[in-house]
Design a binder for this molecule. Structure first.
Ligand code: OFO
Length: 170
């Protein structure tokens, strides 16, 4: 049985993952308006992944007969004036989510809730990958995206991203 504290933290994480999806959809929206359709596509897929993360936690709570409380999703209020603003905000957001996952991990570990610890192992690894992806996006854009031709090619490359459902099976 999950503790009240862990249940609350996991519920908050559902909300944070859904907010991440909403934030990335907002990034995609902005990138569409400036004609970077490949970057927009990349973040649209990222939004789908975040929604999947929320659903995994939602399912985990139900599997453990814990209460699920769906709170309001905040409005993304980030304002970008150029591509790099989006990429840097994306990295910052992933770091924030990593810290949040680590907090739940530590709480579950402290309570000897090893089932939740094991469940969260996947998320810890996933966050490592997502931070690495966000870094790579910044680096590639800084290195190759400084002229129109390079940016065009990068945008095309990102436009080829294919949605892959999470590898975690409950
Ligand atoms: Fe939910 O994976 Fe990053 O934030």
């Amino acid at each position: 049985m999950l503790s009240k504290k862990t249940t609350k933290m996991l519920n908050e994480q559902v909300n944070k993952e859904l907010f991440s999806a909403y934030l990335y959809l907002d990034f995609s929206n902005y990138l569409n308006t400036i004609g970077l359709l490949g970057y927009a596509h990349w973040y649209r897929i990222q939004a789908q992944e975040e929604r999947d993360h929320a659903l995994l936690i939602y399912d985990y709570l139900h599997m453990n007969n814990a209460d699920v409380v769906l709170e309001a999703i905040a409005k993304p209020d980030f304002k970008a004036s150029k591509l790099m603003d989006v990429l840097k905000e994306g990295l910052k957001h992933e770091e924030y989510i990593t810290a949040s996952i680590h907090d739940i991990y530590a709480a579950a570990h402290g309570e000897k809730d090893y089932r939740t610890v094991q469940f969260l192992d996947w998320f810890v690894k996933e966050q490592g990958e997502e931070e690495a992806n966000a870094h790579e996006l910044i680096q590639k854009t800084e290195t190759f995206g400084t002229d129109a031709k390079g940016l065009y090619m990068l945008d095309n490359e990102l436009g080829a991203r294919v949605y892959a459902p999470p590898s975690l099976v409950l």
